[in-house]
Design a protein around this ligand. Structure first.
Ligand code: ATP
Length: 356
């Protein structure tokens, strides 16, 4: 680990563990996030993403291992960590009854900003997140995307070095997701380090410099989005012809656009041919044009991209279930007080950690 104040990594976790009775929510989790980057934590429900975020943001004490955020140990220096982080979750923490501006001013005051500075910061953040026009409207009239952007703004009141985003777009429509993605990109351009948890491969793909895939509390892959997708397979064009006799024509058309060294595959029983492509849009239009010109009747023509399921299938040899922990884990209990003492746990370093 590196000295506080000048950390090599904005987030650094080594062999992090969290146990609930016999159940390992985190089971030896390592992470090294360079400053100024976006790191995606990708995994199905119950994989351990929220547990990791809660430990790194000092809300939950690990059973073992260690972690530093902004150069400070999360267990022995939680106050130092909290001063430097922001946290925005799946459920917007903003107050429906207040306006956007009132929410941000209230958060500013809670963080001990004076009245004027709180108003100034609120105005800056409303502007930054494209909410100036709606600033004085009640939040209950906001769209889902606007609420999440306001939530992001609230987590940025103290301009944190490290921002934890726990499934920031779950439940949003495509427009809302895009709005949040834009807001996150703007933060990163200003130098904030972001740890983003998500169940969506495309979200991690668009935002993250690097992605850790987590399953059953363990990291099972850690790569750039490109590397991850290459491991899973590129996008494929799929053609289904109406008449079996046209299948060779479809294969030939696909061969013209397929990646070098990756010949099309044909499934005569399904009258289907497919091929991997790196530049999908021209490949798709080219294939459509060729086959149309030859009078080939199509039943279907489409682009298939690797899905999160396929990432998991490739990485683990099985499809992700919706609760990766299975049925044998204990009933969920809330808060660290419900945990039994763990004889294997490392000792707490000082009194401050008792506030966790
Ligand atoms: P989601 O996408 O559903 O939020 P996640 O990847 O964030 O999932 P976690 O919330 O970290 O997963 O949960 C990891 C595992 O630990 C799950 O099996 C969950 O049931 C279990 N777990 C989490 N908190 C507790 C708790 N307080 N008591 C018992 N088990 C818990």
């Amino acid at each position: 680990m590196s000295p506080p104040g000048n950390p090599r990594y904005a987030i650094h976790a080594e062999a992090l563990r969290k146990r609930y009775r016999e159940h390992h929510a985190l089971d030896g989790f390592d992470l090294a996030v360079p400053p100024g980057t976006v790191y995606g934590l990708l995994g199905p429900n119950g994989a351990g993403k929220t547990t990791a975020v809660r430990i790194l943001s000092t809300l939950l004490r690990p059973t073992g291992g260690r972690a530093e955020v902004a150069g400070f140990d999360v267990r022995s220096r939680p106050r130092e960590v909290r001063r430097r982080i922001g946290l925005a979750g799946q459920y917007a923490a903003v107050d429906e009854v207040l306006t956007g501006r009132q929410n941000l001013v209230t958060f500013g005051r809670l963080f001990h900003l004076g009245k004027q500075p709180a108003h100034r910061r609120a105005a800056e953040l409303l502007d930054r997140f494209g909410l100036t026009e709606a600033a004085d409207q009640g939040v209950k009239g906001y769209s889902g995307g606007m609420r999440r952007r306001l939530d992001l703004a609230a987590s940025m009141i103290l301009a944190p070095q490290v921002l934890f985003l726990d499934e920031p777009t779950t439940g949003l429509d495509p427009r809302g997701r895009n709005e949040v993605w834009e807001a996150v990109r703007a933060l990163v351009a200003d130098g904030t380090t972001v740890l983003l948890t998500t169940q969506y491969l495309d979200e991690a793909d668009r935002l993250a410099d690097r992605i850790a895939v987590i399953e059953r509390g363990r990291k099972i892959a850690d790569d750039t989005p490109g590397g991850l997708k290459r491991a899973v397979g590129e996008a494929r064009i799929e053609v289904v012809v109406r008449h079996a006799a046209d299948l060779p024509a479809a294969v030939a058309a696909l061969a013209r656009v397929a990646d070098a060294g990756a010949p099309p595959e044909a499934d005569p029983a399904a009258r289907r041919a497919s091929a991997p492509v790196t530049d999908p849009v021209p490949a798709l239009t080219g294939t459509a044009r060729t086959l149309h010109g030859q009078g080939v009747e199509l039943e279907d023509l489409g682009l298939r991209r690797p899905t999160l399921d396929e990432v998991f299938l490739r990485l683990t040899g099985r499809r992700p279930d919706r609760d990766a922990a299975g049925a044998d884990h204990p009933e969920r209990t809330d808060g660290p007080t419900a945990e039994p003492a763990d004889p294997a746990a490392e000792p707490t370093d000082d009194k401050e950690a008792a506030e966790l």
